[in-house]
Design a protein around this ligand. Structure first.
Ligand code: GLN
Length: 542
């Protein structure tokens, strides 16, 4: 029997609903249940693929090639369950599907309305998960009270009624703000938010109350009383110093217990949270520290590189070190001597990116890391910049560039129009809509035996997730390899370079894919483990 937990948020956005859902997923797993997490986003974009990282943070890519909300990254990192395209939808997608059906004439002359057509489509998205897990956790994006959320709230209200209370639970995440002048946490916004939710016919049975300090038992009682919720189901959710502590702190406050209690499930003995205890121990008591410089473009919004930051932390967990991330604006680097920004760091990383702005700064960073023998990790755009750097500075191709940039004369990196997936040719064309024109999702790669990457992976066949339009031109293989930049990973048909590395360097690897998307704290990605190990070795040299 599949049970559904709907997670809504109130008072303000950015409450950490995604993280809370992911942590609850991990706790239910620790109790032996199979979980599945999904997210309903009320915004109008069909998917977040075309949104700026400044606006919406990272776009998380699934194996099956969907561009999804970054919360799906949290879900996967905390539960290890690979996210799927069908785990995320948006108002835009729901409407698109309904309208396409209307055009096909599927509604037989009916007037299309929010209720029931849009709400049915939303319910179908949720119903589709039936039988796939013991618990389906369904997070509603945005904040209760947003205009866009209304059809989603209506749909989950109906859904809850249809499957019944014993199979559905509404959990609401709120904030208790601290007011310095009064010297206390305030419960009123929470009361209002629950009232708002009830005005939509949804009665939350568990409240997760975010606060920056201890919540007084009197306040808990007050919230319970005003919001009609059992006192033991008003769960304090205090800020944690590491996100990986959240499953432990929520457990200590009784969150998973409250869920079991609500559904009337007998408690299990010996709940095993040792994986999380071990992770938190390693995060909090590292044996050393390394500093990694990330030379990128979206450096002032932490969420834009969410999975990358976490994967680096995971590499640190595996090596028992804290990883200090130093974000450097690529454009800044263009104006300065790279040594001013990079001297003293233990490793350099150029992450994924789009567009020309800052690219020269990234190329300078590659050159600095190559010449100074600093560990270098180039991810997607960072691999493309490593190739351009080698072409220009080592192969003597002065105009080496990418067709992504204005006035590209010698395209070492170019948009290719077709590639092979599962023995089928897929097409890509510069003139089509921007949404969905990329090589997206999991693709296999074959690694050269004895290469550094093959050693790091402990394998010669891998599968990693992609999100890019341009490819390094394989025709430059010989010229680049003659200068020490070896193509140690290629697509199975041998046409697309997937990995470059320098055997003459302590650690210089560029990958066309996004390994950070698959890293987990309890299963750190091998490339990040190996990269941080190289940074540790570097830190011992300086
Ligand atoms: N802009 C580059 C491309 O589209 C790299 C993309 C990325 O780094 N994700 O190929």
């Amino acid at each position: 029997m599949t049970r559904y937990i709907f997670i809504t948020g109130g008072v303000v956005s950015s409450l950490g609903k995604g993280l809370g859902s992911a942590a609850l997923g991990a706790l239910l797993q620790a109790r032996g249940y199979k979980v599945r997490l999904c997210k309903l986003d009320p915004y109008l974009n069909v998917d977040p693929g075309t949104m700026s990282p400044f606006q919406h943070g990272e776009v998380y890519v699934t194996d099956d090639g969907a561009e999804t909300d970054l919360d799906l990254g949290h879900y996967e990192r905390f539960t290890g369950v690979p996210a799927r395209a069908t785990d995320n939808t948006t108002t835009g997608r729901i409407y698109t599907e309904v309208l396409q059906r209307e055009r096909r004439g599927d509604y037989l002359g009916a007037t299309i309305q929010v209720i029931p057509h849009i709400t049915n489509e939303i319910k179908d998205f949720i119903h589709e998960k039936e039988g796939t897990a013991d618990f389906v956790l369904c997070e509603i994006g945005g904040t209760v009270g947003d205009i866009e959320s209304l059809p989603f709230l209506e749909a989950i209200r109906q859904f809850g009624n249809e499957v019944g209370q014993d199979r559905s639970l509404f959990l609401h995440v709120t904030l208790l703000p601290y007011i310095p002048a009064a010297g206390e946490l305030k419960t009123k916004p929470t009361q209002h938010s629950v009232k708002e939710l009830m005005s939509h016919g949804i009665r939350p049975k568990i409240l997760l109350c975010r606060a920056d300090r201890d919540i007084d038992p009197d306040d808990r009682r007050k919230i319970a009383l005003f919001c009609n919720i059992d006192e033991d189901k008003v769960i304090p959710a205090l800020d944690a110093s590491s996100i990986y502590e959240v499953p432990l702190t929520y457990h200590a406050e009784g969150l998973d217990r409250a869920v079991m209690d609500y559904f009337g499930i007998e408690d299990v003995k010996n709940l095993d949270l040792s994986i999380w205890e071990d992770i938190v121990h390693r995060v909090k008591e590292p044996e050393g520290e390394v500093q990694v410089a990330i030379v990128g473009k979206y450096t002032n919004l932490a969420d834009s590189y969410k999975s990358l930051n976490e994967a680096l932390i995971h590499g640190g967990i595996a090596n028992n070190v804290r990883v200090d991330l130093k974000f450097i604006e690529a454009e800044e680097l263009e104006k300065r001597d790279p040594a001013e920004c990079l001297e003293g760091v233990h490793a350099v990383l150029v992450p994924g990116g789009f567009g020309e702005r800052g690219s020269e700064g990234k190329i300078k960073a590659v050159q600095f890391a190559r010449e100074r023998k600093l560990p270098y990790f180039g991810i997607c755009f960072g691999m493309q910049m490593a190739v351009i750097e080698a072409a220009r500075n080592l192969c003597g191709i002065k105009d080496a560039s990418s067709t992504e940039f204005e006035g590209c004369k010698v395209p070492l990196v170019a948009m290719i129009s077709e590639w092979v997936k599962d023995n089928k040719i897929e097409m890509r064309d510069e003139n089509v809509d921007k949404g969905g024109t990329m090589r997206l999702g999991a693709y296999p790669a074959i690694l050269t035996k004895g290469s550094k990457v093959a050693e790091a992976y402990g394998a010669t066949e891998i599968s990693e997730r992609h999100r890019h339009r341009y490819e390094v031109d394989i025709d430059y293989k010989d010229q680049l390899e003659a200068q020490g930049l070896v193509m140690s990973g290629v697509s199975p048909d041998g046409k697309l370079p997937e990995i470059v590395e320098r055997p003459d360097h302590p650690w210089f690897i560029g990958v066309q894919f996004h390994p950070e998307l698959k890293s987990k704290p309890f299963d750190p990605h091998p490339l990040f483990v190996s990269y941080i190990k190289a940074a540790v070795a570097q830190s011992r040299l300086v």
